[in-house]
Design a protein around this ligand. Structure first.
Ligand code: ADP
Ligand code: MN
Ligand code: MN
Ligand code: MN
Ligand code: MN
Length: 362
């Protein structure tokens, strides 16, 4: 599947590098607010945290983040992960981006998210996000789908959801490799499953407190694209990759605060849902990178989604904006699931507005 022979590559990766060298790959979100970029530098000496890495810059005129005559954009490392590709002591560094005048770039939503999480830290906000995605073959069609046609319809009894078998499971190598790469890197991955549409998959990131969720989710996406590249496969986070009778892709946000997790926390969950219902439109504006346009294709009320315009909530209801799991309803405490964020959402924006609305009453 891959265009080059990885056994040949490994002859070179097996060459010893000088003992004092650490390769640091800086990873950042570009001007689309969706796509990730990276570049690598040689560091002398160990890298144990972002403070061991210098500020760096890149050509923002090639990433939609600056103009050519004033093109340098700052890269500031904020969190370090183990590099599952180079292994050893080599590191991946998630970065924030800043303009020439030290203001955050237009797609840097981390700094404001971090500020909000700091303000709400006494309420101990926890998140677990469910990242859905689809695999594409070299022809840009869903990976494993028959040439010029469609696989069996998903129907009410989807052959693909949590499926096993060569006739219904497409691209598991990518899924398993990515899962292990996340575990190795330090990304808090919670699990993975095959989804309802053929060649669509999910993994969950969490439970993370505050800003850590956005960091780990963005790094998990980097790992996903990079792992798939090794197999000659690409990943789309488009929230409706195949129009028609196929499930779209979301990024359900599971959320709780300390009181929600304590006895009778369900009362606090209900209060939070009431606040969310009053801010439905404001949330949808930041639940995809196009101000709500992407979710127009996905939130049709069909295919396990809710209405774009009408807020709803319910126990075990996968057609509601907010779902409370049966286990939480039974225990009288736990968390809520916001099912509205699109698969290509920015988790910094999603977690920020959830905390603003429910914890800070903004
Ligand atoms: P489903 O597919 O049924 O919606 P998943 O199992 O895919 O659910 O995802 C549920 C997520 O909720 C898990 O990733 C988990 O980390 C997260 N979660 C569980 N408890 C809490 C909690 N108290 N606060 C926030 N997130 C939670
Ligand atoms: Mn150059
Ligand atoms: Mn799930
Ligand atoms: Mn799912
Ligand atoms: Mn879910």
């Amino acid at each position: 599947m891959s265009l080059t022979d990885k056994a040949v590559l490994n002859r070179y990766l097996d060459l010893p590098a000088p003992d004092d060298v650490t390769c640091a790959t800086y990873v950042w979100i570009d001007g689309t607010g969706e796509t990730l970029r990276c570049k690598t530098r040689t560091m002398l000496g160990p890298v144990n945290g972002p403070e061991d890495l210098p500020e760096w810059d890149f050509d923002g005129s090639s990433t939609g983040q600056a103009v050519g005559v004033n093109s340098d954009v700052w890269l500031r490392p904020v969190r370090i992960y183990q590099d599952p590709f180079l292994r050893g002591k080599h590191k991946l560094a998630l970065c924030e981006t800043y303009k020439y005048n030290n203001e955050p770039t237009d797609t840097n939503f981390r700094w404001s998210c971090a500020e909000v999480m700091e303000q709400a830290k006494d309420q101990v906000p926890w998140f677990g996000l469910e990242q859905e995605y689809s695999l594409l073959g070299s022809d840009r069609r869903p990976f494993g789908w028959p040439k010029g046609g469609y696989p069996a319809p998903q129907g009410p009894l989807s052959p693909y959801y949590c499926a096993v078998g060569a006739d219904r499971s497409f691209g598991r190598d990518v899924v398993e490799a990515h899962y292990r790469a996340c575990l190795y890197s330090g990304v808090k991955v919670a699990g993975t499953n095959a989804e309802v549409m053929a060649t669509q998959w999910e993994y969950q990131v969490g439970i993370c407190e505050g800003i850590e969720l956005g960091d780990d989710l963005w790094m998990s996406r980097y790992l996903l694209h990079r792992v798939a590249e090794d197999f000659g496969i690409s990943v789309t986070l488009d929230p409706k990759p195949v129009p028609g009778n196929w499930n779209g892709a979301g990024c359900h946000a599971n959320f709780s605060t300390k009181v929600m997790r304590e006895d009778d926390g369900i009362k606090e969950i209900e209060k939070a849902i009431a606040k969310l219902s009053e801010n439905h439109a404001a949330h949808l504006k930041v639940y995809d990178p196009k101000g709500g346009k992407d979710n127009e294709r996905r939130l049709t009320g069909l295919h396990e989604t809710s209405s774009l315009t009408d807020f709803s909530s319910g126990v075990a209801n996968r057609g509601a904006s907010i779902r409370i799991s049966r286990a939480c309803a039974k225990a009288g405490k736990g968390y809520l699931e916001d099912r509205r964020p699109a698969s290509n959402c920015d988790p910094y924006r999603v977690t920020e507005i959830i905390v603003r609305t429910t914890c800070l009453n903004d």
